[in-house]
Design a protein around this ligand. Structure first.
Ligand code: ADP
Length: 593
């Protein structure tokens, strides 16, 4: 897409939304642009009257005072209004920046999950964030836009004055302005062309800083003494940045000098030409001063207009990255079929499902078929990397299958309304995350619920005592990001809280992905046992590379090499000669006897 189209796309994307959110901003901007446009015309209008009355043969002091007073009065009035309104408008800058930032975050949360593991989509998120900073957001783009209109009005007025009295001066200004435009265009091209390199350096630098600050890396960094290396890596990026800016400034230096020469030529030409007209008596001294002012104003406005255009094009090319991210094509097709009896029982069938992660060429699941019936307990076991979690991701439609199909009550899950399908599952993922909000918020996710509901859920997952012992009970913040009194729960406790959240969702299918690997087999067994009691009559899937979960399950599926190698009850699988399950059981039996 070319630069101008990007500008149009950016304006079309941001302005209507900004107008909806704050009309006052746009109204004030228009009033202010009219005021700004009018400022130079105070002098252009009053100056010749003042000068001519001062240089007249018969000088009337009252007339002189009147023109002088009026000029100063209107000058001050317009300047004061303009600067007051500009300050008011500046206040919106943060509002728009924050609003766009939240919109980007919102889009991140709504993005098809598969895209959150897609390099191109991840890069686009970063580019959008950088684009927001670099463009300065809606306010800076709007300021450039309204500035262009304001300058357009000034140009129109000043050119009209010059066209009547000094048409040649108009020509001179036009020629030199073209030169100045080309110079500035070159300067902007340098910035735009190098944006990718700069954003690449910034991205790496940002990531290193993030790793240094993120306490999840804290233990490893300390124990392996990685701080020195991290600082060194950051310094390398700072050096790259210094080199970058030196290179850019070197490239721009001759252009800056050329710009100064063009400006000097323009001023010189103007004085020469207007001086000639005045000396030869073609214009009065008053008109001389008027044309000088009009010429100056035209120059400033033309320059302002060109810079305004270049500025808006440059800012838009950055902001366009946000538009691109906001309109990032979805990964999945989404149907609109309603689920019959959403809270009731369902049969889910994997039929010859194969799956390859996007952007890779290894088939992680191969021709897998398995059926999960309503109310059934299925245990999915297998070694690490066998494809168990992938099976769950496909089941929850975080990814779409590459081949085969998944049917819910006989209908391909792609046909269903996506949000509704998602509601069928409560999942505690292996890498679940709690938010740095209160215990209550982590379970209810913003829904208003009575204390009794929270108490009963915490009781069920065995966290009552722990939470009651915290300084603010259920309102204690998790982690320390927002509150220095926030708590760090142990891995097992966090898992319990995640289970409380899953139970609260009360979905018909519950899934417990391999509990944290840090748990010992007995603790893991305890978690499954408790979970199984809580699940009641719902359909449940338990995943593990240990066999702790199998005891409670009607059916066991053994995943190996990307497919279901064995399927049946505990007893059936134990009887299989050379079976994987029997082998695993033998190896792990000591824990479960
Ligand atoms: P399990 O849960 O049985 O340990 P997974 O389903 O997590 O196994 O992984 C199965 C295989 O898929 C592994 O080889 C893993 O490296 C690969 N894999 C998992 N997630 C991704 C991903 N997002 N992109 C590419 N490959 C992946």
């Amino acid at each position: 897409m070319n630069k101008e189209n990007k500008t149009a796309a950016v304006i079309k994307y941001f302005f209507p939304d900004a107008w909806r959110k704050t009309k006052g901003y746009f109204i004030l901007s228009v009033v202010n642009l009219l005021i700004a446009a009018a400022i130079p015309f105070v002098d252009i209008y009053f100056l010749p009257l003042l000068v001519d009355s001062m240089t007249a043969d018969v000088k009337d002091i009252r007339t002189i005072c009147f023109y002088g007073g009026a000029m100063v009065f209107f000058d001050i009035l317009l300047q004061v209004l303009n600067s007051t309104f500009s300050v008011q408008l500046e206040k919106y800058a943060d509002f728009f920046l924050n609003d766009s930032s939240v919109e980007i975050s919102r889009r991140c949360m709504e993005l098809d999950f598969a895209l959150t593991e897609n390099k191109e989509a991840l890069d686009q998120i970063k580019k959008a964030r950088e684009g927001l900073n670099w463009s300065g957001g809606v306010h800076e783009i709007a300021k450039a836009f309204f500035g262009i209109i304001s300058n357009g009005l000034r140009i129109f007025g000043a050119a009209a004055v010059l066209a009547v009295n000094a048409p040649l001066l108009l020509l001179l200004i036009a020629v030199l302005l073209t030169a100045s435009t080309l110079i500035n265009r070159k300067k902007n091209d340098i910035d735009i062309k190098n944006f990718t390199e700069l954003s690449g350096i910034n991205r790496i630098f940002g990531h290193i800083c993030w790793e240094m600050e993120d306490f999840r890396y804290g233990k490893d960094i300390r124990l392996y003494g990685a701080a020195g290396m991290m600082i060194e890596k950051a310094s390398q990026q700072i050096n790259r940045l210094n080199d970058y800016w030196k290179r850019i400034n070197d490239k721009k230096f001759p252009l800056n000098i050329l710009d100064i020469i063009v400006t000097a030529a323009r001023d010189f030409g103007t004085y020469l030409y207007l001086g000639f007209l005045a000396i030869t008596g073609k214009i009065t001294i008053g008109t001389f001063s008027q044309l000088l002012t009009a010429g100056g104003s035209l120059n400033t406005a033309l320059q302002g207009m060109v810079f305004g255009f270049q500025d808006i094009v440059k800012r838009s090319s950055y902001a366009y990255e946000i538009v691109k991210f906001m309109e990032y094509p979805p990964y999945m097709e989404k149907g609109n079929r309603r689920i019959e009896n959403p809270e009731g029982g369902h049969t889910i069938e994997f039929k010859n499902v194969s799956f390859t992660y996007p952007g890779t060429d290894v088939q992680v699941l191969k021709n897998t078929s398995i059926t999960l019936r309503s109310g059934e307990r299925l245990s999915v076991v297998g070694l690490n990397g066998a494809g168990k979690t992938t099976f769950i991701k496909l089941l929850c439609r975080l990814y779409d299958v590459t081949e085969g199909e998944i049917l819910l009550d006989g209908v391909n899950i792609r046909d269903y309304d996506y949000e509704e399908y998602m509601k069928l599952f409560s999942v505690v993922f292996q890498d679940f995350r709690l938010l740095a909000f209160s215990v209550r918020d982590n379970v209810f996710l913003g829904n208003e619920e009575p204390d009794e509901t929270a108490d009963s859920l915490l009781e069920k997952v065995g966290l009552s005592e722990k939470i009651a012992s915290l300084p603010n009970g259920k309102d204690t913040m998790m982690f320390k990001q927002f509150d220095k009194e926030g708590v760090e729960l142990s891995g097992g406790e966090q898992q319990k809280l995640a289970i409380a959240r899953a139970l609260y969702k009360d979905a018909p299918v519950v899934i417990l992905d391999e509990p944290t690997a840090a748990l010992d087999p007995v603790a893991e067994y305890e978690i499954y046992k408790r979970f199984d009691e809580l699940v009641g009559g719902k359909t449940a899937v338990y995943i593990s590379h240990r066999l702790s979960s199998c005891k409670f399950c009607d059916k066991i599926a053994v995943f190996s090499e990307g497919t279901v190698k064995e399927y049946g009850t505990h007893d059936q699988l134990l009887r299989l000669k050379d079976g994987i399950y029997a082998e695993m059981f033998k190896a792990q039996a000591q824990y479960y006897i």
